[in-house]
Design a binder for this molecule. Structure first.
Ligand SMILES: [Zn+2]
Length: 276
């Protein structure tokens, strides 16, 4: 899915789902736009519901559509949870050992690739530190968290990844100001590693930033915070407008509509509509 996207200079949306309803919103948006799509789960979400429940929803929903649907484990530091997800039916996993020294990050990432490969499960790994906007870094500190292109090349030469997440200045959460993207690092890493690049911290980037990053080699764009907002706003908005009505299915429908609208907009912007 991602090597095709990288070659075609578009990106596949990777949406963090929270429950059955958000999963359904992603799958239906992708089906209506004939787009390949990635359902992502945080380690916290997997722990909350249990791997089997999640795989059940995805199997049910993906089985009804014609578009390719991947199930990916986002940022996971726990090898036991990665193993559980691979066994339960995830088609892709991310090992995030980016807080560790280079050699340890490499060793852990290789270990996950060895675990995943026999099951045809793909692997994403991270280099540098993709911070949260709440981390309040100063400019100098922020630069020191970015991936070093030479290290990125060495990393990708030593572990065979399906997707690579170098820190290029994006952050998780809601941006307070204009994010400073290190396009030169992105370009150098994408060209030298030839591995499809994942863009983390997608929520809140401008259309222009998305287009530029995708043109430079980002083949997977992660959207999480936007879905959290739509999930809550859909609920609160409906209740505020119908404060005497206690009809849960109407609330679920309002959440679904709010989430799906944003997801469909992302898919169109990333250029993956019609690529299934
Ligand atoms: Zn991320």
């Amino acid at each position: 899915m991602l090597s095709k996207a990288a070659a075609g200079r578009y990106a596949v949306g990777a949406f963090n789902v929270l429950d059955y309803n958000s999963t359904k919103a992603v799958v239906q948006a992708a089906e209506e736009l004939a787009a390949p799509v990635i359902l992502q789960t945080s380690a916290k979400t997997v722990t909350f519901w249990g791997p089997r429940a999640l795989v059940g929803w995805v199997t049910e929903l993906a089985g009804r559509v014609k578009v390719p649907v991947a199930l990916h484990l986002d940022h996971c530091k726990d090898l036991d949870l990665i193993r559980d997800c691979i066994e339960a039916g995830w088609t892709s996993v991310m090992i995030d050992a980016s807080a560790r020294p280079f050699e340890e990050n490499l060793a852990l990432s290789r270990q996950v690739v060895e675990m995943a490969r026999p099951k045809d499960v793909t692997v994403e790994a991270e280099l540098g530190a993709i911070v949260g906007v709440e981390d309040e870094l100063h400019v100098k500190e922020q630069d020191s968290h970015l991936a070093d292109p030479r290290q990125a090349m060495e990393f990708c030469a030593k572990v065979k990844l399906d997707c690579f997440a170098p820190a290029i200045g994006t952050a998780h959460g809601i941006y307070k100001g204009e994010p400073k993207i290190a396009y030169h690092i992105l370009q150098e890493v994408a060209t030298s590693t030839r591995v499809p690049i994942a863009l983390h911290g997608g929520t809140g980037l401008s259309d222009e930033v998305f287009r530029r990053c995708i043109a430079l080699g980002c083949a997977k764009v992660n959207i999480s915070t936007q879905i959290k907002y739509a999930f809550i706003d859909g609920f609160v908005g409906y209740h505020n407008a119908h404060s005497t009505q206690y009809d849960p299915l109407k609330v679920l429908q309002a959440q679904f509509d709010e989430m799906k609208k944003g997801i469909a907009g992302n898919i169109k912007l990333f250029g993956s509509a019609g690529k299934a």
